[in-house]
Design a protein around this ligand. Structure first.
Ligand code: AMP
Ligand code: ZN
Length: 134
């Protein structure tokens, strides 16, 4: 493994994977610890760690492939929807430091949930003002 990156090794074919899509830039394969049936990962073949060091053109290409692969998975498995997840940094739950998008197919009533709490609206308004980009 040339740079100790397991997803680079998968892209190079040095480690086996359950590929579902491949082109010159991108690879998609099934996650080996699926959150639901059909949970897949989409990665660029070129190494970058996460969202912030991946070139914009590559992100655009990746998201196009995520859309196509997710639509294909949902249709093929007869799922009712999907979550797209992309973790950046250990604190956010990123365990593999090669950017990847999770496609997590969902079925009505499957019980999978991302825990959330109802926010304080005033605090939310303040935060939105602070984070406003344009
Ligand atoms: P993250 O927590 O966002 O870094 O997700 C990394 C994901 O990669 C986890 O869901 C793992 O189950 C998955 N994973 C790790 N090794 C492999 C592998 N060799 N093939 C497929 N998926 C993998
Ligand atoms: Zn890599």
């Amino acid at each position: 493994m040339k740079n100790d990156c397991i997803f680079c090794a998968i892209a190079a074919g040095e480690i086996p994977s359950f590929k579902i899509y491949e082109d010159d830039l991108v690879l998609a394969y099934l996650d080996i610890n699926p959150m639901s049936e059909g949970h897949a990962l989409v990665i660029p073949k070129a190494h970058s760690q996460g969202l912030f060091d991946t070139p914009d053109e590559m992100l655009a290409a990746l998201v196009q492939r995520v859309k196509a692969v997710a639509a294909h998975i949902v249709k093929t498995l007869g799922a009712d929807g999907c979550n797209i997840l992309q973790n950046n940094g250990e604190a956010a739950g990123q365990t593999v430091r090669h950017i990847h998008f999770h496609i997590i197919p969902r079925r009505a009533g499957d019980g999978l949930s991302f825990v959330s709490r109802k926010a304080d609206m005033a605090a939310l308004e303040k935060l939105a003002a602070k984070l406003k980009l344009a």
